[in-house]
Structures are given as structure tokens and as C-alpha cells.
Design a protein around this ligand. Structure first.
Ligand code: SF4
Ligand code: SF4
Length: 134
């Protein structure tokens, strides 16, 4: 499964509400897969991924939610890659990569990493603190 780096963090925060319906379905499907099949191989990207494919804002394989948002989310991806010691294109099992993200990125780090994301103001740090994958 192909996932962009910052979505490894966002998936920990998923609480089934407030998003577009297609995204909710896609994220719930991914979480089910990684919980039921923790050996699932995750290819870590710095571009649009399996979640973006279900998003109404994707256009020409770029995030088009706001002007220049693709550039912003790529910077987010880079920051997550660096903090977690991962490389673009690396493949890891779900049971390894999600705990690694939680180990390397602490809830309070989201205030810096995610600055500019609308979900930060909506309690994402607490959701991340509660989140546990797989
Ligand atoms: S604040 Fe935004 S980028 Fe950060 S984890 Fe939440 S949804 Fe993802
Ligand atoms: S808002 Fe952008 S980065 Fe987020 S899922 Fe949609 S296309 Fe992907």
C-alpha cells in the first residue's frame, strides 16, 4: 500500500468524523487492513497516495485543496521522513512503521510539524495521543 509520509501520522488521529465521506471510507478501510493484516507492506511516499486518490481535492495527482497546498504537504512529508529516520520510497511492514512514527514523533511535536493544518485547531494533538496503530 502506498502512503505519503505525513499520512502515517494523520492515520493515528483518525476518529471517523469531520472529513469528506470518501476519505472516511478510505481511511477506515486502511485502518482495518493494517489492524487485520499488520504484515501489510507500506511504501512511503512524498507525493499523492492511496488516501489522496479518494480525496475530492486531488487534481492531476496533486493536492489542490488550496493554492500551493501540494508544496506544503510535501514539506510535511519531508519533515516526517526526517524525524522518523525514513527515506522516500522505503517499504516497511505496517506493524513496524506505525509504532516507529509514534515513537519518533511525540504528540507535542505536532504543534510544530503540522502548523498551518486546519485539523491542528480541532484537537488533532489529543487524537494523536490516543491513537494506536496497528
Ligand atoms: S494536524 Fe493535520 S497534518 Fe497533522 S496529524 Fe492532524 S490532520 Fe495530519
Ligand atoms: S487534502 Fe490533499 S493531501 Fe490531503 S488527502 Fe486530499 S489531496 Fe491528499
Amino acid at each position: 500500500m502506498k502512503l505519503r509520509a505525513h499520512h502515517l501520522m494523520c492515520l493515528h488521529t483518525f476518529e471517523d468524523e469531520g472529513y469528506d465521506e470518501n476519505i472516511i471510507r478510505r481511511m477506515a478501510e486502511i485502518i482495518n487492513t493494517i489492524r487485520n493484516q499488520p504484515e501489510t507492506r507500506i511504501e512511503i511516499l512524498r507525493r499523492c497516495d492511496y488516501i489522496c486518490e479518494a480525496c475530492p481535492y486531488i487534481k492531476n495527482s496533486r493536492c489542490n485543496k488550496r493554492p500551493n497546498l501540494e508544496e506544503f504537504v510535501r514539506l510535511l512529508d519531508s519533515d516526517v521522513l526526517e524525524r522518523a529516520g525514513l527515506k522516500e520510497g522505503q517499504i516497511m511492514k505496517a506493524k513496524e512503521v506505525f509504532p516507529l512514527i509514534k515513537q519518533k514523533i511525540k504528540p507535542e511535536d505536532l504543534a510544530t510539524i503540522c502548523k498551518g493544518c486546519e485539523w491542528l485547531e480541532k484537537g488533532c494533538i489529543d487524537c494523536y495521543r490516543r491513537g494506536e496503530l496497528p
